[in-house]
Design a protein around this ligand. Structure first.
Ligand code: HPA
Length: 274
């Protein structure tokens, strides 16, 4: 389990470094290739991860490493531009440092985004998927260790991890905007290699619609702290066992960036409706 004092130190550092007050109940995590949206927002202030005590450095191409106090359609948000992955060598606690810090700063609603491969053959590359549930196939868990009771239960229920309320808002807003939004189950694994055809086939049989290397640990940590969660995957490639295509990080980033317009519109509309 994450050290609560370390999280509090990070939150205290941000509080005391703010040049003007910023309180926000909405947090957003922008995944691989999806950070560009942050550039178009009104920034109140941004904090490099490297300057925040206890934050691991962000080492991934396609990810800036900044926590941003921003405004989206007049609403205050905390925004993680770039996240921490297990495949970078981070511990589960490190992976959840951003999300836990945002919760300590007062975030009650978290919107997580990611780049993912589509396992459901009916989903198109370039599409968006509202995450209805997940399979944590990382073998890791941020709640292992002594429970911090002030944050949440020792054995948190996970029967409704992704908020139906937020999912409905996202579906409504997508419909209004004419954006196709699939619904499905996200399977999170460690990476960094992509899947073999046998793995892809197995994950599909388990009921997964998309696969990626992030999100599940952050969502467990947020849910444990009572934060309401919405997850949106940007489907960057089709990952089908019988017609596997080679995928590279460059392809994933390019495809995610191509979807940034749609995703930004959707996020803006959802945040405006909260
Ligand atoms: N597999 C795992 N992670 C990914 C993929 C994929 O096909 N696409 C984008 N992130």
């Amino acid at each position: 389990m994450q050290n609560p004092e370390k999280v509090q130190q990070a939150a205290d550092y941000i509080h005391k470094s703010l040049t003007r007050p910023h309180t926000a109940e909405i947090g957003v995590v922008l995944g691989t290739g999806l950070g560009d949206w942050a550039e178009s927002l009104t920034h109140v202030q941004s904090f490099e991860y490297a300057d925040i005590p206890g934050f691991p450095p962000s080492t991934v191409e396609g990810h800036a490493g900044r926590l941003i106090a921003a405004q989206v359609g007049g609403r205050n948000v905390w925004l993680q531009q770039g996240r921490f992955h297990l495949y970078e060598g981070n511990s589960p606690a490190d992976v959840c440092m951003g999300v836990r810090t945002m919760a300590a700063l007062g975030v009650k609603t978290l919107i997580v985004t990611n780049a993912a491969g589509a396992l459901n053959p009916q989903f198109d590359a370039g599409g968006l998927m509202c995450i209805t549930d997940h399979i944590n196939f990382t073998g890791a868990n941020p709640l292992v260790g002594i429970n911090h009771d002030a944050w949440g239960d020792r054995f948190p229920d996970m029967s409704r991890t992704y908020s139906q309320r937020l999912g409905d808002i996202a579906m409504d807003k997508a419909l209004e905007l004419g954006i196709r939004l699939e619904k499905g189950v996200y399977l999170g694994l460690v990476g960094p290699n992509l899947e073999t055809p046998a793995e892809t086939r197995a994950f599909r049989i388990w009921g997964a619609d998309a696969v990626g290397m992030s999100t599940v640990l952050e969502v467990i940590a947020a849910h444990h702290m009572g934060v309401e969660v919405l997850g949106i995957s940007c489907l960057t490639n089709k990952n089908l066992p019988d017609c596997m295509e080679e995928t590279s990080l460059d392809d994933v980033i390019a495809m995610a960036q191509a979807s940034t317009g749609k995703l930004s519109q959707l996020l803006g509309a959802v945040i405006g409706a909260l």
